[in-house]
Design a binder for this molecule. Structure first.
Ligand code: UTP
Ligand code: MN
Ligand code: MN
Length: 441
């Protein structure tokens, strides 16, 4: 296949690139060893991840794990591990579920991760402790020729926006891509099989364990109590399945290397809004200083909280999207209507129920219309609190369930359709409105 050969030509390491990566990894490991010697502790520095497995694409990150004796306390592992990382890389500490240091070493991104040296991957002390077992498993099971299939599938996942288990993507990790190639044999067989996956599809190589309730399950061959696909969201899975079918029907380099998303000029955005007839509500908040793995879930939670408040106020939300920007985040709510009528319908108790009297007393004279009887119940059309969505957000946002770093609503700006059709919102609105699939751009 010409296309696949072209992709491999672009992402597989040339001998020169391979030499550079390997040299960087070697000298980095030597530096880590020096730092280990300074601690006087019996630690080990190991190369992990796709450089160790020879499954990386383009310019990889280098993953170095520092192994600690199992008897080390969690606190010592953290302080000593992060200390080594910072002395070698400078770099920044990152805590998602496990502390590690991220930095740059001779032009390569590096993750330096402290973990426990355990004798078996089952019954581990921390989630990263399995990684050395993953590396060993892949190195001993993946055939030389399948490395190309892994590279193709990784690049395919990257192209369609489904590569990476991090919160920003909620997609397929490098290890999961490798396991899929092992499970089905080669790149094209993975795509063919994915076409008939069902929601909750369960895959394994060495048998399974307990049930998991995620869209895709792949039992970890080194520890059947773990689901390697736990991060894969419904949308990432569905996107991959659709892309796989579309590619097999009509292959194109664009699946692997899509064009960058375009930022539309304002007239195009306005035309699109006219076409839809929907309304826009954009809530901008100060961007908290968080790593992506913390920022993305919090942005999502904040958008969900505001959407729930909007819906409680009878604003029907067509689509919601979140956009991290320089210094701020934009939350976009596309609404069926940005203005609601003066009245809202308040349905009361059935007429024959005792407390019907209370409803009547409360609303008689106060309701705009009624109370009147409908299907045996008292109904009143009463004055609604917020007719316009921005007013609702300004009035109710503090009571909504928001991500903790957004709870103070720092820097909040709320714009309606007219207010958001401005030059500084072009990028955000283009991302929200443009539903073209990456490979069709
Ligand atoms: P990577 O995300 O770097 O994946 O994690 P990879 O297999 O090397 O693939 P690419 O080519 O870079 O995309 C490498 C290993 O390190 C673990 C991951 O679970 C994976 O097994 N890891 C990495 C962590 O557990 N925590 C980290 O913070 C970083
Ligand atoms: Mn890596
Ligand atoms: Mn990494």
């Amino acid at each position: 296949m010409d296309i696949e050969n072209e992709v491999l030509g672009r992402v597989s390491p040339s001998p020169a690139r391979r030499k550079r990566v390997e040299k960087a990894a070697k000298t980095l490991l030597a530096h880590v060893l020096e730092a280990i010697n300074d601690t006087g502790l019996p630690l080990e520095a190991t190369l992990q991840g796709s450089v160790a497995k020879d499954t990386y694409t383009s310019t990889p990150d280098i993953d170095v794990f520092v192994l600690f004796p199992e008897s080390t306390s969690r606190k010592d592992l953290e302080t000593v591990g992060l200390g080594i990382g910072k002395s070698v890389l400078g770099g920044e500490e990152r805590y998602a579920e496990h502390p590690y240091v991220h930095g740059i070493y001779s032009g390569y991104e590096v993750d330096l991760v402290p973990c426990f040296r355990i004798s078996s991957p089952v019954g581990l002390k921390s989630a990263v402790d399995r990684t050395p077992f993953h590396t060993t498993y892949i190195k001993s099971h993946l055939a030389e020729r399948q490395k190309a299939d892994v590279r193709l599938l990784k690049q395919f996942m990257k192209g369609i926006g489904a590569y990476g288990a991090e919160a920003k993507v909620q997609g397929f990790s490098g290890y999961l891509v490798e396991l899929l190639v092992l499970r089905y044999g080669d790149f094209r067989s993975v795509l063919a099989a994915a076409g008939s996956w069902k929601k909750g599809e369960v895959l394994d190589l060495e048998g399974g364990g307990e049930r998991f309730d995620t869209p895709l399950v792949f039992y970890d061959p080194v520890d059947s109590s773990r689901n390697v696909a736990s991060a894969v969201s419904m949308d990432s899975m569905a996107c991959f399945q659709h892309a796989a079918k579309a590619y097999l029907d009509s292959p194109s380099i664009r699946f692997f290397f899509p064009r960058a998303p375009k930022t539309w000029p304002l007239p195009k955005i306005k035309k699109e809004m006219d076409k839809r007839g929907t309304g826009l509500l954009v809530v901008s908040l100060k961007r908290p200083k968080l790593i992506d793995d913390d920022l993305f879930p919090q942005m999502k939670k904040t958008a969900e909280g505001l959407q729930a408040a909007l819906e409680a106020g009878e604003f029907s939300v067509v689509a919601t999207s979140t956009h991290p920007m320089e210094g701020r985040v934009d939350l976009v709510f596309e609404l069926m209507a940005e203005e609601l009528p003066r009245v809202m319908k308040h349905v009361g108790p059935p007429v024959w129920i005792g407390h019907a009297v209370g409803f009547l007393e409360k609303w008689s004279g106060k309701a705009v219309v009624g109370p009147y009887i409908e299907n045996g119940r008292w109904v009143a059309l009463v004055e609604r609190k917020y007719r316009r969505a921005p007013e609702l957000v300004r009035g109710e946002a503090t009571k909504a369930a928001l991500g903790s770093s957004f709870r103070d609503l720092a820097g909040m700006e709320v714009r309606d359709t007219a207010g958001s059709l401005k030059a500084d919102m072009k990028r955000t609105l283009s991302r929200h409105l443009d539903r073209t699939l990456p490979w069709e751009r």
